[in-house]
Design a protein around this ligand. Structure first.
Ligand code: BGC
Length: 390
């Protein structure tokens, strides 16, 4: 079957022919991939900065933002059936089975020996078929099949929000009745970055009724500003205003959701977090970025204002489930905005056109593998996988 693979030793990215995997275990599910999103992590892997092939392979099939259809299930599978639409989770637990991995919280793996499909030590989803255990499948309602490829990037925000509510239960975080009660309208959130994770995060924060301020580089008017406005969020351009000017306009900055990977801009905004505020880092910058900042003032604020600085990566199954619920709601409230996050579809063969980001207005480019294939017999437990690459 066709697959997009990176060869770290020769630094090549090629369309290859890879053995098609088969259902071998009773709880295996075979999925025909329909769409795969391209993200910054894929581009870093393609450029050789990140990522590892599976042990014994000289290449890694890339892609971790999946959407597909179940074509075959093992005899013990209960979670999904042939014909269902699914999105697969990304991370698989460590061989030591640490306490986090044992509880299916490999997103908090202690050993660091986890694998991530399409990223670290396991082949990904830029290919025609994948086989995996039913516990990694997330059932997608057909109503959102056209946008379900956005689920994985959304889970980054979903996991962050789960933690925000746990952490902020340290203080009276609920809004007072006169401020909107349980509607959360008393909270001001800054979203740093208007890429897919930022904009999906902005949507999730708007569902919580927060006042959302999307901050990006380009001055308005521009399509991302339009999109932010359509969600009821405000847009601010860093090319026009300083973080302090933006914060003054907002009032108390209760939450900053960073989704840029830009270290300097992020630390600039860390300085405007308000009392009891929480700053969430999700971007992964290049190492060795030297910036000058007033560390004394920053530390003073963190202590004297009871602030939290949180880093978060990957997402558990529950974040995928919350994300599916939220995508259904996004589709109801902002059907055009959520669809416009996908700025281009390309057939898998044309992946080379996505290796470098060339269009400033790109949000999410999706590689497609065509419509569903004729379905195979349900419940069949086929021969072992050829090539042993799983
Ligand atoms: C993916 C995560 C992954 C992280 C680090 C992100 O692009 O969405 O699932 O854990 O990269 O590898």
């Amino acid at each position: 079957m066709r697959a997009v693979a990176v060869f770290p030793k020769t630094k090549e990215i090629k369309l290859i022919d890879h053995p098609e995997p088969n259902v071998t275990r009773p709880t295996d599910v075979k999925v025909k991939i329909i769409n795969v999103g391209v993200c910054g992590t894929d581009r870093e892997i393609w450029s050789g900065e990140y990522g590892d092939p599976p042990a014994g392979s000289d290449y890694l099939i890339t892609g971790h933002e999946s959407f597909g259809q179940v074509v075959e299930v093992g005899p013990a599978v209960q979670a999904v059936k042939v014909g269902d639409y699914v999105v697969l989770t990304v991370r698989r637990g460590c061989p030591e089975n640490c306490i986090a991995c044992r509880q299916m919280r490999q997103d908090f793996c202690y050993t660091g020996h986890f694998t991530e499909r399409g990223i670290k030590g396991a082949h990904g989803y830029m290919t025609e078929f994948v086989v995996d255990d039913e516990k990694y499948m997330n059932l997608v309602p057909p109503e959102i099949k056209d946008i379900a490829v956005l689920l994985e990037p959304l889970t980054i925000a979903e996991k962050a929000l789960m933690q925000v509510f746990t952490i902020q239960s340290r203080l009276p975080w609920e809004c007072r009745l006169e401020q909107g009660g349980a509607n959360q309208t008393c909270h001001n959130a800054i979203v740093l970055g208007a890429g897919p994770v930022g904009l999906l995060g902005a949507m999730a924060l708007r569902l919580l009724n927060m006042d959302v301020h999307v901050v990006a580089r380009d001055r308005a008017p521009n399509p991302k500003e339009e999109l932010a406005k359509s969600l009821g969020a405000l847009y601010h351009a860093t090319s026009e205003k300083t973080p302090q000017q933006i914060a003054e306009q907002i009032g108390n900055v209760d939450l900053v959701f960073e989704a840029t990977g830009a270290a300097k801009a992020s630390f600039d905004f860390l300085q405007v977090v308000g009392p009891n505020g929480i700053f969430i880092f999700t971007g992964v910058p290049a190492p060795m970025i030297d910036i000058t900042l007033d560390a004394g003032m920053l530390m003073r604020d963190i202590v004297l204002k009871n602030q939290v600085v949180l880093g978060t990566v990957n997402a558990p199954k529950i974040a995928f489930e919350n994300g599916i619920r939220d995508l259904l709601e996004f589709q109801k409230r902002w059907p055009e905005a959520v669809r416009s996050l996908i700025t281009g579809f390309l057939p898998l063969e044309r992946f080379q056109e996505t290796v470098k980001r060339t269009d400033r207005e790109e949000i999410k480019t999706v590689l497609t593998l065509g419509p569903s294939l004729p379905l195979q017999r349900a419940g069949a437990c086929a021969e072992p996988a050829t090539g042993g690459r799983k």
